[in-house]
Design a protein around this ligand. Sequence first.
Ligand SMILES: Cc1ncc(COP(=O)(O)O)c(C=O)c1O
Length: 497
Amino acid sequence: MATPPRDAPLDLGPEEFRSAGHELVDRLADLLAALPDMPLTPGEEVATVRAALGADATLPGRGTAARPLLDEATRLVVEHSLFNGNPRFFGYVTSSAAPIGALGDLLAAAVNPNVGGWTLSPIATEIESQTVRWIAELLGYPISAGGLLVSGGNMANYVGFLAARHSALPAARTDGMEGARTRVYASEETHTWLTKAADLFGLGTDAIRWIPTDDRQRLDVGVLEQTLAADLAAGDRPLLVVGTAGSVATAAVDPLDEIAALCRERGIWFHVDGAYGGFAAALPDAEPALAALAEADSVAVDPHKWLYAPLEAGCALVRDRSALQAAFSGRPSYYVFPELGEDAPVNYFEWGPQNSRGFRALKVWLVVRQAGREGIVRMIADDCALARALHERVAAEPELEAFTCNLSIATFRYVPQDLRDDPDAVAYLNDLNRALVERLQQGGEVFVSNAVVDGTFLLRACVVNFRTTLADVEAIPAIVARLGAEVDAELRAAIRA
Ligand SMILES: Cc1ncc(COP(=O)(O)O)c(C=O)c1O
């Protein structure tokens, strides 16, 4: 006689799972089909969203049946979300997520392997290893590199940073950083991850040497060289130099080839933050400065950006896999994972900061398999072409002023015609464009974010969205000009009042 199942409040019988799952997938299929025509955001006030949730409700004493609960969750999420999968979402560096990635996450969660140890996740670990190797191959990076998937760009950069720290200061894991006089070098356009890393990993943020940029927001290698020489002469210890492959503000690509040569000469770890732009190195016509990310000691890329994987998925690569292991490994007594011989598989808890790890590799693996190198390269090239088209259209619009265009980011601003050549309008134009970004983000017609270049506040559109079409980018100038005129009129009225 079969033992009756335990009465566990979280169990879900196969029929209930099946019908709830089918219902959910049906709703999601409808959502994905409707995305291009739906408002990008409901643009609701905080109070409205909290009221819809019943945010003040106390902890539920009793449970709720799964199907109505999933139904409620679906309604809440669909009705009160901003959709970065909408083809007119151009904010920050947030891609539209490949639908196959969502199905991959469901599969991963249902099986729930713990990808900290091979024994706990045999096929999942091998899929992660293969995914990391394919990412290296796509970037032109050595496939013998060590690497792993992490939550995103910040974490992937931290992994490179810690591998560099261990390489320069092996004793830091036991002795800490006191008195180490370490320095790290990066351009002023580097993403905020570096400040967090210097803070979190014991250097302190004053250890960062912020190197100025040239007129295209790229790290000035001459100044880097001088700063390094001065620090070495003073007895400081350079830990690593960071080069950015696609800066977050304007997609500037640092001269990675020159930085690599300098680091080689000085014996300093070279880390590339390619969280946004790294995958563009796969383009057959990638500029040499970008392709040189292959020369780095470590690289961070973000599959949840330009590989269109759903959040969260970052990837760290370290050229010398033993450096990765040395920075993170530890053998607690409660893990007795078997030694698996020559070509031993990885126990990923020894390669990164996490212990228990989810199967985030599956969605990335599926994305790479579904699109292949050809598909990935085509989507990235199309995104870049759309950014260039936007830049051209903006330049042709009398009340818009085009600024930078690199990779798939275009920057521009709204300038009322009477202020075009007014040298006293600098502060007003910054205020106007700041207010305009807010208006655009709330309005739901098109979502852009901002960049500040040499003190000028700009609108910024980043195309990392395989749903965006030429018609979508062509719509932007007229929308921005219309809302710009509206905001301008309001600001002038407020100043007069
Ligand atoms: C260049 C760069 N580095 C790092 C990051 C941080 O990535 P994440 O938000 O995935 O942690 C970003 C995010 O936009 C970025 O553009």
